[in-house]
Design a protein around this ligand. Sequence first.
Ligand code: AMP
Length: 280
Amino acid sequence: MSVTLVKTIAEVRDRVAQARAFGNMIGFVPTMGALHAGHTRLMDQAARETGWTAVSIFVNPLQFGPNEDFTRYPRNLEADLEMCAKHGVELVFAPDVEEMYPSKPLTTVDVARVGEHLCGAYRPGHFQGVATVVIKLLNIVQPDKVYFGEKDAQQLAVIRRMVADLNVHVTVIEAPTVREPDGLAVSSRNRYLQPEERKAAPVLYRTLELVRKRVKEGARDVEAIKKEGLTLLSTEPLVRVEYLEIVDAQMQPVSEIIPPVRVLGAIWIGSTRLIDNLLC
Ligand code: AMP
């Protein structure tokens, strides 16, 4: 399989128009690169469900805060292209920052409420950056189906709401979280972890599983369940908890558990921030 690398918006539009002219349905997987099994899960699904798949690889400066890991975010285009080629991808769009943002955008997308709590509270401007780049990418590629991972559940909720509110002509498809054998969600940021930190990291998944178990058992006291979860997280001295929350489908913290709810957690291990979540 061969994959075509393009760097310009004009060329993406040409290639997509050609693919459409041949009667293909267009699938699209937006990523920041440093591709792994979570991304290939999305690509495989896109390739299965559409005739022609495009992947974008763009580390979007707009969604990183001033003290976040934009400059050290892992970049490896060669390896990424190889992975795309193996997973049925036809086109990789890897623009420079100047191609996407010739000047600082004056128009941005803010999805209120859904993007307010959880990561939105700890990463001001993050979801505005995500929503803005995703609407731009959707306008550039104009896919029939766009694929996102459940791993970033709040991001997915923000995108779904934006697509609904702005009548974007695309179907949003969710793919389940791919995990390491010990439960740790696969992530480009896992490669920052030192060996001892990597050993500690699965405590996040174990905590989410404990919360899910309690909900399934019928526990309804949010504070008591959270307390038990935080106690489990505190057994790992390398872990600093950012949040552990139980929310509804609109990403609003609940005061009473009426399933389905979702438990989401964010932790720091050393200088690495990890997030994960489970539907309960
Ligand atoms: P990223 O490159 O981190 O921006 O992720 C690109 C897409 O891959 C997003 O839709 C993520 O939710 C998805 N993704 C990242 N990690 C995983 C994973 N472990 N399982 C499933 N999807 C994932």
